[in-house]
Structures are given as C-alpha cells and as structure tokens.
Design a protein. Structure first.
Length: 403
C-alpha cells in the first residue's frame, strides 16, 4: 500500500510540473503584450476622461485636438513651472512676480470686473491674452481685422526675430496704445504689446520689467493638432516660456459680479431694435398699399342660368361630403318652419312652438310631434336619422298644404 501511495504521489507531482511550466512559458511569451495592452487601454481611458472634464478649446488639460495639453506639458518638461488656475480667487493667491508669465485663453468668459482682477494680479509679471473676444478687444482699445495668410517675425523681440519664425495669421490688431508689434501684416500685427499702463486707468508708468500686456491673435497655433505645424511650437515656447513660471488662467464665468450677469437684452444684437422698427414700417406700408375698402354689394346678371334643383343637389352633395349632419338638419328645419309659417299666415320670425301649435290645430295632430321635429337642439346621429327627419317634415308640410 505504501508503494502504491508513493507511486500515486509521484505521478501527481509529475502532472503538476508540466502545467506550471506551460503557464510560465505563456507568461513569458504573452505577458508583456498583455501588460502593454492594459497600459495602453488605461492611458486611452485617462485621456478620454481628461477630454471630457476639460473640453474647452486651448485648455491646458484638454488632450483633444482643440486643447493645449501638449504645449503645457512640453513647457513643464523644459523646466517651466506651469500652474493652472481656474478661478479669480485662485489667481489672486498665485503670487505672481516679475519672473512669471500669466496667460489666459478662454477670453469669452472674462467679465469686465474679472479682467480688472486679472490685470491687477498679473501686474508684476507678463500677461499674455490669446484670441480676445470682441468685447475684450474693444475694452483694450484695439481694432481687430480677421483674415488668413502668413506673417514673418518682423518687428519682434530678438527671441522671436532671430529665429525667423512664421505664423499663420487669423486676427491682426491695431490701436493707439500699441507699443510694439510682431508678425506684421497689411492690416496690423498678430502679436502686439500694449503700453504698461493700459487697461487699468493708471498711466503713471510701471518699471519696464512689469506690467507688460501682450495680445496674440493666432491661438489655434497652440492647439494640439496645430502646434507641430510650421513654427507654431517655437512661437508658443518663446512666448509662454520666457520666464521661470507660467500661470495658465482659465476664466470661470461664475467669477463675474451679479450686475454683470447677461440679460436677454444684452444677448441680442444691436441691430435687432432698428430691424424690428424697419420691419413694422414695411408691414404697415404693405397693408396700406394692398388695403381695399369694402363697399356695398353690387348685383349683376349671371352669365348662365342655373336651375334651382341643380343648385339644391350641388349643395346637398357638398353637405354630404362634409358630413355635417347638424348643419344639414338645421337647414331642413328652418325651411320647414318658414314654409309652415307662410302657409298658416304667421309671422315669418315666429318660433318653433307657435308654428307647431298652429299646424297641429290645422291638421288635428299633437303639437309635440312637430315641435320635436323642429327642435334644433337634437341633431341627428346618422344619415338614416337625417332622412327620417326630412321625410317627417315633408309629410307635415303636405298635410298643411292640403288644408
């Protein structure tokens, strides 16, 4: 028995050894591939999650084609400290100094009070405004011209001009407060630097190192799908990576004051009021032109003679096609009442009760029978009832006519 048990034990051990070896061989062969797939899937899910969380264009955490995550990560790899703030309170706590660049990209969310806080917080450093919306452009006393083309780094600072960079133009700016221009076009410049005191009402003059405001009109060059085209990457790195620290401010509409909340009137275009007045005046003019005063009816002979029976048959077919049993019954009852009132020498406007009593005395039948037929409050429920009503009224009219 012991020998058999030993043999059984050895046989079981031998069967487990090949199985464990097969698992190890499978892991050595396919393990790295499975691990790579899991990591790739995790990265894809993480990227998709980031795109859903920060979907705005030129957002530094948006990995989608319209985001700017690639530029932000490259700046961080080059040693620039990139801080992303998403509220005005967080911007106030960012402690901007002369070695800091502040960039804002979602300018449509900037209310006037929010821009004032941004300008005040970024005063010690360099403020870069990318693709300002029309309201902000007007508040900066700039005139924007839209157009496509290419511009070279003429008139730029040495950090850009020495590299002979080119940029695809989208918006160019001109204005009385422009101190320096870069990437000059026929309509202005894609990159302009404003005077140090612009935008805050203080023209006393800051030191040359602080208070700079640059406006860049080709923000698409910083997007993930365009940053590798041409010289876009070099321009983004030179413009935003010129200091040791970059504060990327993504405005929040909730930072606006209650008085700056948009109203229905503010959302409407300026031409809507004059347009409505012009439309009303045009409508009144058309009414006056096409208006015709209705005078008294005029009679004229018919070109042909139509037999009365044909007219009655035509109207009957129309009533039948419309299926309006109540209207047809009302016409029959009114015609019978008018005929009976004329035969009995009653007032043409006599009511149904008076006509029924006079007709009943004339033929010697109960007045309630005729009154039930002349009552318009009980319309027929089917065409058969309508036919019965017409036959009954015809019999009453014949009996009265024979008397």
């Amino acid at each position: 028995m012991s020998a058999l048990g030993t043999a059984g034990t050895q046989t079981g051990t031998g069967s487990q050894t090949p199985s464990g070896g097969a698992v190890r061989r499978w892991l050595r062969r396919w393990g790295p591939i499975v691990l790579a797939l899991v990591l790739a899937l995790g990265a894809a899910l993480w990227t998709a999650r980031g795109g859903e969380r920060w979907p705005d264009p030129l957002d530094p955490r948006n990995p989608g084609p319209q985001g700017s995550q690639a530029l932000a990560e490259v700046l961080a790899e080059l040693g620039v400290e990139v801080d992303v703030v998403r509220s005005a309170d967080a911007l106030d706590e960012a402690e901007v100094d002369a070695a800091t660049t502040v960039v804002t990209t979602r300018t449509e969310a900037l209310a006037p009070s929010t821009y004032d806080r941004l300008r005040e917080a970024a005063r010690p450093g360099h403020l870069v405004v990318v693709d300002p919306d029309p309201a902000l452009t007007e508040s900066l006393d700039l005139r924007a011209r839209r157009g496509t083309g290419s511009a070279s780094a003429t008139g730029c600072a040495p950090s850009l001009a020495d590299l002979r960079l080119d940029v695809d133009t989208h918006t160019s700016f001109t204005g009385p407060d422009v101190a320096d221009r870069c990437f000059i076009t026929a309509d202005g410049a894609v990159l302009v630097e404003l005077d140090a005191g612009d935008g805050d009402g203080d023209d006393s003059g800051e030191d040359a190192a602080g208070g700079r405001v640059s406006v860049f009109g080709a923000g698409e060059a910083f997007s993930n799908d365009q940053v590798l085209r041409g010289d876009n990457a070099a321009i983004g790195l030179r413009l935003l990576g010129g200091t040791e620290r970059l504060v990327w401010y993504v405005p929040d509409p909730a930072d606006a004051t209650a008085a700056e909340a948009p109203t229905l009137t503010s959302l409407l275009p300026e031409w809507i009021g004059p347009g409505l007045w012009l439309g009303a005046i045009a409508l009144l003019a058309v009414i006056g032109w096409r208006f015709r005063r209705l005078g008294p009816l005029s009679t004229e002979p018919l070109p042909v003679v139509v037999r009365a029976v044909e007219t009655a048959h035509s109207r009957g077919r129309l009533y039948r096609r419309s299926g309006d049993l109540a209207h047809s019954a009302a016409i029959l009852r009114r015609a019978a009442r008018a005929d009976l009132a004329e035969r009995l020498r009653l007032d043409p406007h006599a009511d149904a009760a008076a006509v029924a009593e006079a007709a009943a005395r004339e033929v010697g039948r109960p007045a309630a029978d005729l009154l039930a037929l002349l009552d318009e409050s009980t319309p027929p429920s089917s065409e058969r009832d309508l036919v019965r009503l017409a036959e009954s009224l015809t019999r009453w009219r014949r009996e009265v006519r024979r008397r």
